[in-house]
Design a protein around this ligand. Sequence first.
Ligand code: ADP
Length: 475
Amino acid sequence: MLDAMFFNRLRAAEAPSARRFEVRSPIDGHVVDTVADSGAAEASAALDRASAAFRVWRMRTAYERSGILKAWHALILEHEPLLAELMTVEMGKPVTESAGEVRYGAAFVEWYAEEAKRIAGETMQSQFPDKRLHAIRQPSGVVFAITPWNFPIAMVTRKIAPALAAGCVVIVKPAEQSPLSALALAALWREAGGPPDAFQVLTALDPKPLSGVLLDDFRVRVLTFTGSTQVGVELYARSARTMKRLALELGGHAPFLVFADADLDAAVREVMACKFRNGGQTCVSTNRIYVQESIATAFLERLTAQVAALRVGNPLDPSTQVGPLVDQAGVAKVTAHMRDAVVHGATVLTGGDLRSGLYYQPTVVTGIRPDMRMMREETFGPVAPVLTFATEDDALRMANGSPYGLAAYLWTSDLRRAYRVSEGLEFGIVGINDGVPSTAQAPFGGVKMSGIGREGGHWGIDEFLDIKYISVGLT
Ligand code: ADP
C-alpha cells in the first residue's frame, strides 16, 4: 500500500532542496505527494557528489557492480505491486500495464547486471615484433539522464542500468509529471547496497535551470535523453560546447501497414495493442494505420467495434484498459488534432471527444489527408487514424514520407513481402506481424529526426564506454 512509510522511503532518496512542488494525479487531480524542486544550486552540488562517486564506483570490479545491480533487480521485482500503483497514481497508466512496465524496466537491470561482466577489449596484430597493441573500454564518467513521464520506470532503468554497469555514475532528472517512480528506484538502489551518489535523482518543476548547469559543465560526459524532438534538438546543440556523447530517443510517427494477405483478426488485435496501450502515449504507438484498399471495410468494421468496446476509467481498476491522459496539455493536443482533422473533412467512426476530466474517448477516424496535423505530429492519445493504400510501393512511400524514423509495423503472410518491406522502411525498429516488439535484449532507437544511439541489448552499454588504445613498446 502507498502509505506514509513508503513515501518516507522515497524522501530518503531526494536531493536536499529548500523548495518543493506538488505531484498531482491525473486520475482525479488529487495531490499525491510533494517533491524537491531542484535548481541550479542543487545541480552543482549533485555534480560535485557524482564526480567524487565516479572515482570510487569505476574502481569497483565489474563483478561487484553486477552484484549490486542484481540485488537492485530483485528488490524492484519484490516491489512490483507498490511500484505499479505508484506509477498509475502519478501518471494514469492502467495498473495492469504499470505492473508490466515494472517487469519490463527490471529486465534492463537484469540484462546489464549480466552485461557488466562482458565488457571486453581487443588485441590487434602489430607489424613490429616488439610492439603490442590493445584497445580497452572504460566508463565515460558522469552521465546526465533526462527521462519522460510515459514510462516512468523503464525509461530510467533502460538508461541508467547500462551506465551503472559500465562504471559510470548518473544524475537523473525525471519528468515533472512522474518524479516519484524515479525516486522509488533510487530508494531501492540504496537499499540494494548501491552507493547513493552513484545514482542521484534531481526532481524539478522547471527542467531548465538545473539542466543548464549540467549541460554546460565539462564533467558531465554523456547526455542520455528521451523526449520530444524539439527539446532533443536544443539539447544536442547545447551539448556541442562541451563535446558530450549523446543518446537521443526522440519522437516517432509510426506507420502500421496492413496488407490484403494479412490475418485480419491478428492484425486488428496487434493494432489495438500498439495503439491503445498507455492510452496511445507511447513514442512507438502507431500514428498512421495504412490498410490495403480491398480489406479496408472489413478491417475498419472490426477495429471500430473493438475500440468502441474498450473500457475507459479509473486506471487503478484492473479491468480498465484506457485511463486518463497525463495532463491538460495532453488533452489540449489530442483535442486540437481531432478538431483540425474534422474541420478538414475527416470522419469519426467512434469516440472523437473528451469524456470528462482528462479521459479521452478511444477514437477511430478516417478520411485523413497528409496535410492534417495528426499526420505530421505525434498525437500522443487514443486516436487511431486509418488510411488506405493501393500497392506495396504506395504503402512504403507513404510510410517513409515522414521526418521521423522510430518504429514501423507491417502485417502480411507473404514472407518475401515481409523482408522487402521491412528492409525498405526507414525506421530503427520494425515489427513484422508484431505490434509490441520492444524488449530488453534488443536495440531500441530511431533514425532521422527520431534520434541517435541505441538503448537495450549489448548496444545500450556502448553509449557509456570510451575506447582507449594502449600501445606497448617492448624494446
Ligand atoms: P514530452 O512532450 O514527452 O513532455 P519533453 O521533451 O517536453 O517531452 O520532456 C521530456 C523530458 O525533458 C522531461 O523530463 C522534461 O522535463 C525535460 N525537458 C523539457 N524541456 C527541457 C529543456 N529545455 N531542458 C532540459 N530538459 C527538458
